[in-house]
Design a protein around this ligand. Structure first.
Ligand SMILES: [Zn+2]
Length: 676
């Protein structure tokens, strides 16, 4: 079995606190007076992806994540300020390592671990006597394409703290808590004089990232000033609690930057750990509801290109907002145990995330669209444009924050497939093919395998591959809200269903090697309603979009916009896209859509060639729904009665949204639904 790091962590805290503070005796939960988290993250490296999820990390390993220093040398090379150089000093270097480091340790890739080392070592060695760390040189030269943080901006340090926390999780390097303690003492001194928004508004909106690291260190050290610092940071951060409870902001286009919002969503719940007032959780739930109502898309994301921009399915979704929203949901889930956050996390990870990068993880879009029928150099109706290249695939087109930040999505999602629970058990609350090594009960090592093709198939099989000795512990498994029926089998026999208060299955038993649990969730076709009453086909954790032919062509950038990369890709199609779905009564929906599942375990699943699921149905062309501004034109409203139905029905094929590049996802609905 792999070396288990949990014991090392516990031994370092026993010296400064009594063990009765901590309910889980194997892993560190919050220290008093903070609330206990519902789920505890396991040390980095204890969860290994399998199956298709492993393919995602391998694509990143061979793709841009593994070689961004060579692909983007101006910023990620040795001139980077976070390596002591005279180059970029801002967020981009730490962003890359925030994804590369967990990827490298999860895959145990020594070469990639070695790439992270100079960054870690420089971060640690850069710390001044007064506690400041990070780049601090002033430059006169302002070379295009570089971001200089010669101002002391608090923001890029927040990303570096996230990197260091993960590095500590993988290695237990004691220099990390020491650095953070010194830095937080510096912040405690300086923030009253130079608050979070002293230099940029980014730090004020993203203070929740700073706050979560203060609590993390408090749990290790128990230093009381950290709780006072936490209050200072919370009060200097944008008042997201007020923004969500007042309900005005999320209904206004342009009212907030999409990435600030994605990161800010977690702040009220991060602070809830200390404030213990349920209003912070209620605020986030209200905010999520309003976000969906006014800006929501069926892939779990929202219109924000870069400012918040409503729910028209041709508005953009920035890659950074996807990975940051996922990170917020992961942290909110750990603290509260609320399954709504798990469901939204899966919806984004299994729909929006796979489609914004190419299969080889070498190119990405700055903005993706839910109804996306053409990818071309063209100025669309986005809040911002970069030479019209914002929905093209490339490495640097749009703005390079996403080039640097997109790497954290999959590795952190994998870190959240398994949690320790306060009662010394384990929980699988979001699903995916994986293996976990962990300590349960009274420090007993156990190794579980989760065999599944979820979300393409909805059977989850959990096998006890190894256990140091037979022991009792609880295993928690989420029941998705879309699964009306499910069955549970333990060692070949139908088992009694027991649930906890979050509606999770709880299996508490004496576990032995080779014990096997199988749950079969039932997924049915569902129709959800969106912009202008449009319809999206859903089934299980996946949403479906029109399958279209894709013609990819590479275009060389001209000299004047070399900051947008050497080349980019356009994608066009000869497939018609202006279809309406046919509105059928609720009791006929299952027969109206024919589902074919054909999973090939050896193939990368997220493209039109390998799509593991196809749904065929009847649809009608709407000749008046045409192209506008290189996009699907204004969405016909889905009226319930009186639509002209012509020409004849055609059969169309829908595939998982994440498999498409060109697509219609929100369809008008047309006619036929008559009163009997
Ligand atoms: Zn970005």
């Amino acid at each position: 079995m792999k070396k288990i790091l949990g014991i090392l962590i516990i031994s370092s805290i026993i010296s400064c606190s009594s063990k009765s503070d901590i309910k889980n005796s194997n892993y560190l939960n919050n220290r008093d007076p903070l609330i206990q988290k519902e789920y505890i993250e396991l040390p980095l490296g204890q969860i290994q992806p399998q199956g298709w999820l492993k393919m995602m990390l391998e694509a990143q390993q061979d793709g841009s994540t593994g070689q961004l220093d060579q692909l983007y040398p101006l910023v990620m090379g040795e001139r980077n300020g976070w390596l002591g150089g005279d180059g970029d000093q801002w967020e981009r270097g730490p962003y890359w390592i925030d994804g590369l480091l967990p990827l490298a340790y999860i895959l145990e890739d020594e070469e990639l671990i070695a790439k992270t080392k100079p960054w870690i070592e420089w971060m640690i060695s850069s710390q001044r006597e007064d506690g400041y760390f990070g780049p601090q040189q002033d430059y006169e030269n302002n070379e295009p394409g570089l971001q200089r943080d010669n101002s002391g901006d608090w923001w890029p340090k927040m990303v570096a703290l996230k990197v260091l926390k993960q590095y500590y999780s993988a290695t237990n390097d004691e220099r990390v808590p020491t650095l953070m303690l010194n830095y937080f003492r510096y912040q405690y001194e300086q923030l009253p004089k130079t608050p979070l928004d002293n230099w940029t508004f980014w730090a004020r909106y993203r203070g929740g990232d700073n706050l979560m690291m203060v609590y993390w260190l408090y749990n290790i050290t128990g230093e009381n000033f950290l709780l006072d610092l936490a209050e200072i940071i919370h009060h200097q951060t944008e008042d997201f609690t007020g923004d969500f409870l007042n309900r005005a902001r999320l209904s206004q286009k342009g009212s907030i930057h999409c990435v600030n919002l994605a990161q800010g969503f977690k702040e009220p719940i991060i602070y809830y750990q200390q404030a213990k007032d349920k209003k912070y959780i209620d605020a986030v739930k209200t905010g999520l509801k309003d976000l969906k109502t006014f800006n929501g898309f069926p892939n779990g994301m929202y219109g924000g290109d870069e400012a918040l921009h409503g729910d028209n399915p041709t508005q953009g979704i920035e890659f950074c907002s996807i990975v940051e929203f996922m990170f917020s949901l992961e942290n909110m889930l750990q603290i509260t145990g609320e399954n709504d956050f798990a469901e939204l996390l899966e919806r984004i990870a299994f729909n929006a995330l796979p489609t914004q990068a190419t299969d080889d993880f070498m190119n990405r879009q700055y903005f993706q669209q839910v109804n996306q029928v053409k990818i071309s150099k063209h100025i669309r109706n986005f809040d911002i444009n970069h030479h019209g290249l914002d929905n093209c695939f490339g490495l640097l087109n749009g703005y390079p924050c996403c080039t640097s930040n997109m790497h954290q999505g999959w590795p952190k999602f994998i870190q959240n497939l398994w949690y320790a629970t306060p009662d010394n058990g384990l929980a699988a609350i979001v699903y995916g093919p994986s293996k976990v090594n962990a300590l349960v009960a009274d420090s007993i090592e156990v190794s579980l395998a989760e065999y599944t093709n979820y979300p393409f198939e909805n059977t989850i099989e959990i096998l006890v591959e190894d256990i140091a000795e037979a022991c009792s512990f609880p295993l928690y498994l989420r029941i998705p809200t879309w699964s009306e029926n499910f069955s549970l089998e333990i060692n070949g026999k139908v088992a009694e269903i027991k649930k906890d208060e979050s509606n999770n299955l709880i299996i508490y038993r004496l576990w032995n090697k080779d014990d096997r649990v199988i749950i079969r969730f039932e997924a049915k076709i569902g129709i959800s309603r969106w912009y202008e009453n449009a319809a999206t086909v859903e089934r299980g954790a996946l949403i479906y979009a029109l399958k279209m032919n894709e013609n990819w062509s590479v275009v060389r950038n001209n000299e004047t916009i070399k900051s947008q990369g050497e080349t980019y890709y356009e994608v066009d199609s000869d497939s018609p896209w202006n279809y309406a779905l046919i509105d059928v009564p609720e009791n006929k929906i299952q027969d109206h859509y024919l589902v074919k599942v054909n999973v090939n375990h050896d193939l990368y699943p997220w493209n039109i060639e390998n799509s593991p699921i196809e749904i065929t149905t009847k649809a009608k062309r709407l000749p008046y729904w045409t192209m506008y501004n290189d996009m699907a034109g204004p969405m016909p409203y889905s009226i319930k009665w009186g639509n002209e139905v012509s020409p004849d029905d055609e059969e169309i094929t829908l595939i998982p949204y994440g498999c498409t590049t060109l697509r219609i996802t929100e369809f008008p609905l047309i006619g036929e639904h008559k009163v009997n």
